[in-house]
Design a protein around this ligand. Structure first.
Ligand code: URA
Length: 309
């Protein structure tokens, strides 16, 4: 941490996350810091996406993974192929496109991006139906399908693994203790929870909160991918190893995935630790804060180049 301003940011973040002894330290940093925006210096306005004086994160942005010429793009799921018309085939337990292993073409391929779609989030929800039984989780004690929620025009999306007990009861993602911490994490970068979109790779609670099994994920994930096509977020923050590995189709551990953007159909994906993990090991909050700062700064850097959603 090179400047007083950065220390102040850390302290604010830890306070946001419920670390109670932080106020005295924050007070000590209320002395003016010429490198901080005035609103931050005064201590009145928390750093928000619009009030931050951005230091361009050129190195982070430059390190974003891009598909390499000739890479196996055909092995990556095509969001476009997950149109509503495909759903009936998926319902018959056909292998989802994301799971198909096609032959690798020799010729270099164009990087794929999310294609626009005319369907709506309501269409997708109607397609899922209230009593979805596409996978065995419907018979293993789940109370209800927990659909994604939030702003359909969100620039920032969060993706978790699967609902827990609270979510299963209330029918909304991330409403339990981990969800409350997620709200603080969102607010720590100056965004309100109502302005983001939040979903899970699996929409039904697995028994005893076990990790979703591959067949369960294969049945459910296509709906999340369709939602990504509708919302078209600028950044997806994917929470925890299971969700990150599932979304990015990799076995790389979360500790190695986090801290930098990955490219997913033209959307930047930031893997980070799951808030439930942070409840068990609060020391990891620092890494999540680092990841969220990268997200915040990227969103700021594209704010004026695109419409503000
Ligand atoms: N954990 C998740 O991954 N998702 C939720 O919705 C709640 C807890």
């Amino acid at each position: 941490m090179s400047t007083q301003y950065e220390v102040l940011e850390y302290l604010r973040y830890f306070r946001e996350l419920g670390v109670e002894y932080i106020d005295a330290e924050l007070e000590a940093f209320r002395t003016p810091d010429s490198s901080a925006p005035s609103s931050v210096r005064s201590g009145e306005i928390p750093p928000t996406i619009s009030s931050f004086d951005l230091k361009p994160l050129a190195s982070e942005i430059a390190s974003v993974e891009k598909p390499k010429p000739g890479s196996r793009l055909k092995d990556i799921p095509s969001l476009a192929s997950l149109s509503p018309q495909r759903t009936s085939k998926l319902e018959k337990n056909e292998t989802a496109p994301s799971m198909q292993k096609e032959q690798v073409a020799d010729k270099p391929q164009e990087p794929q991006t999310i294609r626009s779609t005319s369907e709506t989030l309501d269409d997708i929800r109607a397609d899922i139906g209230p009593d979805c039984s596409r996978c065995k989780l419907s018979t293993l004690g789940r109370r209800q399908v927990v659909n994604s929620t939030g702003n359909p025009n969100a620039r920032l999306m969060f993706v978790g693994e699967a609902p827990g007990a609270d979510e299963d009861e209330q029918g909304e993602p991330f409403v339990g203790r981990a969800g409350q911490l997620l709200t603080k994490i969102i607010e720590s970068i100056g965004i309100e929870r109502k302005d983001v979109f939040i979903g899970n790779i699996n929409r039904c609670r697995p028994p005893k909160n076990r990790a979703p099994e591959p067949d369960e994920t294969a049945a459910c994930k296509p709906f999340l991918l369709r939602e990504i096509s509708v919302v078209r977020p600028k950044v997806i923050v994917v929470l925890g190893a299971t969700a990150a590995q599932n979304l990015l189709e990799t076995n790389v551990p979360i500790g190695k995935l986090r801290g930098r953007f990955h490219e997913y159909y033209g959307v930047k994906v930031m893997p980070t630790f799951h808030p439930a993990y942070l409840l068990r090991d609060p020391h990891k909050k620092r890494e999540v804060w680092e990841d969220m700062k990268i997200v915040r700064d990227y969103l700021n850097s594209v704010a004026n180049k695109d419409h503000w959603k």
